[in-house]
Write a protein that binds this ligand. Structure first.
Ligand SMILES: Nc1ncnc2c1ncn2[C@@H]1O[C@H](COP(=O)(O)OP(=O)(O)OP(=O)(O)O)[C@@H](O)[C@H]1O
Ligand SMILES: Nc1nc2c(c(=O)[nH]1)N=C(CO)CN2
Ligand SMILES: [Mg+2]
Length: 243
């Protein structure tokens, strides 16, 4: 999605959630400054690290943290995973690690289980770290702990940061796949709806629980953004939820 079209979505999101653009930009400035010192990946570097190493098949699997995730990870084992760039949206990483699957990329706003992200980092995973007004502290505390980082913002891209469009970790992972040249995108654990899993909310008791009001609203945007992709791009989307 180009930045002008994203700006329309972003304004709606700011208003709907009462987020502050200034706070988003302060967090983005901080991430940009950290990456200046730490080093960062450009989109081309990320392509070389991931898509190129998978022989440029144009095939991606994006893993979200919905209730079907575990079943869909099982389903995805029937794919030739060597041909697919695996992008994990934040909390979905834990479920992948449980199955001994190391994603190629993790899209995260650093509000999940940092220990699992660090485990993935030790396996050479690339991180697409998103700065927003509600995670400045975690950007400060944790972003320097990862080796390969491409930074993103939901506001106007500054410095070393990108904005490919998208809001939650899961739909941003889809827009990232598109920016990396996706022709085919398989979606796993992208249920949306009103049920969250322990992978999304590590503190809930049991495997799943009801999404709170804000999470439900976030998932509505995530689904709407997927629908935008279905309507406005030629990417072949296979949502395992529909299978
Ligand atoms: N039912 C679902 N519950 C949780 N995540 C889902 C669901 N369906 C799809 N997803 C996708 O999985 C992604 C990863 O989940 P996670 O909760 O770790 O992300 P998040 O974007 O950091 O959310 P939050 O801001 O609420 O912490 C979400 O961003 C969302 O796009
Ligand atoms: N300001 C702000 N921005 C966000 C937030 C959030 O809680 N606050 N959550 C997101 C992912 O779910 C994405 N962007
Ligand atoms: Mg997150």
């Amino acid at each position: 999605m180009d930045i002008n079209e994203w700006e329309v979505w972003y304004k709606e999101i700011l208003e709907d959630f009462g987020f502050s653009r200034d706070d988003d930009e302060k967090s983005a400035d901080l991430l940009d400054k950290i990456l200046d010192d730490h080093g960062f990946l450009t989109l081309e570097d990320l392509y070389d690290e991931t898509v190129y190493k998978k022989n440029d098949t144009g095939k991606f699997i994006v893993f979200g943290a919905g209730p079907s995730l575990k079943k869909h990870i099982e389903d995805s084992k029937s794919y030739n995973l060597d041909e697919y760039v695996l992008i994990s949206a934040d909390g979905a990483t834990t479920a992948l690690l449980e199955e001994d699957i190391i994603p190629d990329i993790i899209a995260t706003d650093l509000d999940g289980k940092i220990s699992d992200l660090l485990t993935a980092n030790a396996h050479g995973v690339s991180f697409v770290i998103h700065a927003h007004g509600n995670n400045e502290e975690n950007i400060d505390l944790f972003s320097g702990s990862f080796d390969k980082i491409l930074g993103t913002t939901q506001s106007v891209p500054v410095g070393n940061l990108y904005n490919f469009g998208g809001f939650t970790d899961g739909d941003r992972a889809m827009f990232l796949a598109i920016a990396l040249g996706a022709d085919e995108m398989v979606l796993a654990g992208m249920d949306f709806g009103t049920i969250v899993t322990k992978y999304s909310r590590p503190n809930i008791e049991g495997e799943t629980g009801p999404a709170d009001e804000i999470k439900t609203k976030k998932l509505i945007y995530a689904e709407r953004l997927l629908n935008w992709i279905l309507e406005n791009t030629d990417v072949k989307v296979i949502n395992l939820v529909d299978n």
